[in-house]
Design a protein around this ligand. Structure first.
Ligand code: UDX
Ligand code: UDX
Length: 458
C-alpha cells in the first residue's frame, strides 16, 4: 500500500522504516527541510538499534523515499500517518498546532477517499477535531476522509522490535472501511510474516499481537492511560526505594519479591533517577490537564509527577552526604541519555543532574556512549570525555546516571586507581554493591541497604 508518514522525528522514522520493511511503499516527509535532506543523503538523524539496517535495505529496494514537499508527499498516498510532535504548552496542555497544519495540507491535496491516521500521542477527542478540520479545510474538494487513531507504544532503544512484535495493535475507527484498510496494512505484523531485521536467526516464541478495534476516543485514551500507568509504577518503585533505604532493606530484593506476583509484574518497576524522555513526563502532564478539563481530579497522577520531580534532589543530597561538600568537587557523570540504547537527551534525568551539580559549583565531566553529539548541540558548555575512563580520571565521585549495560563491564579496578576518591553513586542500581566494595569502592545505590553506612557516617 502507498503510505505517507508526516513528521520524520523519532516515531515517524521508526514507523516509516518498519512499514517499508513489511512491504509497503513509504514516503516520509517533514517540515524541517534539513532533516529531509539528511535522510536523502542516507544519514539517519537518530540512533536507534537496527533502524539503520532497515533504512539501508528499504532505500536500496526503493520502498522508502523522502520528500520535502508535504503536499506532493500526501497527494498520492492511500494512507497517511501523522507523526508530528505534540509538545507541551506552558500550561501542560498538548500543543496540537502541528496536527492542525498537517490537516490543512492533507485536505487541500485530497481527491476521493483517504485514510488519515493519527499516531502522535494526543489527548482524547483530538481525532474528532482532526476530522472536523479535514472536512472544513477540504470542503471545496471532492474528498472523503476516513480518520483513525493508531497509538504507538514504541520504546526508544527497542522500537524496531516493538513495532514488529507488539503486544497489541490498537486501532480507533469510526467505520469498517478504515478498520479493513488498517488491518491490511498491519497484516504482515499480525501474521508475523516478514524477515525480521531484529532477530537475525529466529524470533523468540511469542503470541501474535492482539488486534484491538475501538472507538477513536478509546484508542486515544488507551495511549495516555498506558503511559501514565507506567509512570505511576516507576514512581511507586521510587517511593518504596526511599523507605527501603531508611529501613535498611534492599529495593532490588523488594521489587523482585513484589514484581514476581504475576498480577504486578517486574517490567517498568525499577527504582532510580526517575523517568525522563520526551514521552512519559509530557504525556503524564497532558493527561492530568485532560482530567482537569473534564472535572476528573487526577491528584494520584500529580503525586506521581511530584515524586519524579524530587528524584534529582534526592541524588544531589546523596552526593552531598557522601562527598561532604559539592563545590569544587570533580564529578564523573556516566550516562547522559534519558535511558540506555538511545542518544536522546530530552528531559533526561542525567542532564538535570549535571545542571544542578554545576550550579552548586561541582566540576562535572560527562561521558555517554551515544549521546555526546546531541549533548554538544544542546549543552555546548559541558565538559565531555571520550571514554568512561577519561571522565573518571581524578574524580572525587563517579555517578551512574544512565543504565548502559557496557558500564557494568568497565575495568573498575583501573577506574578506582585513577579516581581521587573511589566513591560511586549508582543512580540506576546498575552495579553489584558487594563487588564494588570488594574492589575498594565506597558504593551507594538507590534504596539499597548500604545507605545505612552513609547515614551512620553523618
Ligand atoms: C512525537 C510526539 O511528540 C509524540 O507524542 C508522538 O507520539 C509522536 O511524535 P517524536 O517523534 O519523538 O514524538 O517527536 P519529534 O522528534 O519532535 O518529531 C516530530 C517531527 O515532526 C519533527 O521532525 C518535526 O520537524 C516534524 N513536524 C513538526 C512536521 O513535520 N510538521 C509540523 O508541522 C511540525
Ligand atoms: C515510552 C513508553 O514506554 C512507550 O510505550 C511510548 O510509546 C513512548 O514512551 P520511551 O520514552 O522510549 O517509551 O521510554 P521508556 O522505556 O518508557 O522509559 C521512560 C523513562 O522511565 C526512562 O527515563 C527510563 O530510564 C525510566 N524507567 C523505565 C525507570 O526509571 N524505571 C523503569 O522500570 C523503567
Amino acid at each position: 500500500m502507498k503510505i505517507t508518514v508526516v513528521g520524520s522525528g523519532y516515531v515517524g522514522l521508526v514507523t516509516g522504516g518498519c512499514f517499508a520493511e513489511i512491504g509497503h511503499d513509504v514516503v516520509c516527509t517533514d517540515s524541517d527541510l534539513n532533516k529531509i535532506r539528511t535522510l536523502e543523503e542516507g544519514k539517519l538523524p537518530i540512533f536507534e538499534p537496527g533502524l539503520d539496517k532497515v533504512f539501508e535495505k528499504n532505500r536500496r529496494e526503493s520502498r522508502l523515499h523522502f520528500e520535502a514537499d508535504a503536499a506532493k508527499a500526501v497527494r498520492d498516498a492511500e494512507a497517511i500517518f501523522i507523526c508530528v510532535g505534540t509538545p507541551p504548552l506552558p500550561n501542560g496542555d498538548a500543543d496540537l498546532s502541528a496536527i492542525d497544519s498537517v490537516a490543512r495540507v492533507i485536505a487541500s491535496e485530497t481527491q476521493g477517499a483517504k485514510l488519515v491516521v493519527e499516531k502522535s500521542t494526543v489527548p482524547a477527542q483530538t481525532g474528532q477535531g482532526l476530522k472536523r478540520a479535514l472536512e472544513i479545510y477540504g470542503r471545496r474538494r471532492n474528498a472523503k476522509f476516513l480518520v483513525a487513531s493508531n497509538p504507538e507504544f514504541l520504546r526508544e532503544g527497542t522500537a524496531v522490535g516493538d513495532f514488529l512484535h507488539p503486544d497489541r495493535i490498537v486501532v480507533g475507527v469510526e467505520d469498517r472501511a478504515a478498520e479493513r484498510q488498517l488491518h491490511e496494512i498491519y497484516r504482515p505484523v499480525l501474521e508475523q510474516k516478514f524477515n525480521c531485521p531484529v532477530h537475525s536467526s529466529k524470533c523468540p516464541a511469542y503470541e501474535p499481537p492482539a488486534w484491538m478495534v475501538t472507538t477513536i476516543n478509546s484508542a486515544e485514551l488507551i495511549k495516555h492511560a498506558s503511559n501514565s500507568f507506567l509512570a505511576l509504577k516507576i514512581s511507586y518503585a521510587n517511593l518504596v526505594a526511599d523507605l527501603a533505604e531508611k529501613l535498611g532493606a534492599d529495593i532490588e530484593e523488594v521489587l523482585e519479591g513484589v514484581g514476581k506476583d504475576a498480577r504486578i509484574g517486574m517490567s517498568f518497576f525499577r527504582a532510580g533517577l526517575g523517568f525522563g524522555g520526551f514521552c512519559l513526563p509530557k504525556d503524564l502532564q497532558a493527561f492530568v490537564r485532560l482530567g482537569e478539563r473534564w472535572g476528573v481530579d487526577f491528584a494520584l497522577l500529580r503525586e506521581v509527577e511530584k515524586i519524579n520531580q524530587g528524584r534529582i534532589s534526592r541524588v544531589v543530597e546523596k552526593i552531598r552526604k557522601a562527598a561532604w561538600v559539592i563545590r569544587g568537587k570533580k564529578v564523573a557523570m556516566l550516562g547522559l541519555a534519558f535511558k540506555a540504547n538511545t542518544d536522546d537527551i530530552r528531559y533526561a534525568p542525567a542532564i538535570e543532574l549535571v545542571d544542578r551539580l554545576t550550579t552548586e559549583g561541582a566540576l562535572v565531566r560527562s561521558y555517554d556512549p551515544e549521546a555526546l553529539g546531541r549533548t554538544r548541540e544542546v549543552r555546548p558548555q559541558y565538559d565531555l570525555a571520550s571514554s568512561a575512563y577519561e571522565a573518571a580520571e581524578g574524580a572525587d565521585v563517579l555517578v551512574i546516571a544512565t543504565e548502559w549495560p557496557e558500564f557494568r563491564k568497565l575495568d573498575w579496578a583501573r577506574i578506582r586507581d585513577t579516581m581521587a576518591r573511589p566513591l560511586i553513586i549508582d543512580g540506576r542500581n546498575l552495579l553489584v554493591p558487594a563487588e564494588m566494595k570488594a574492589l575498594g569502592f565506597e558504593y551507594h545505590g538507590i534504596g539499597r541497604h548500604e545507605e545505612e553506612s552513609l547515614q551512620g557516617s553523618q
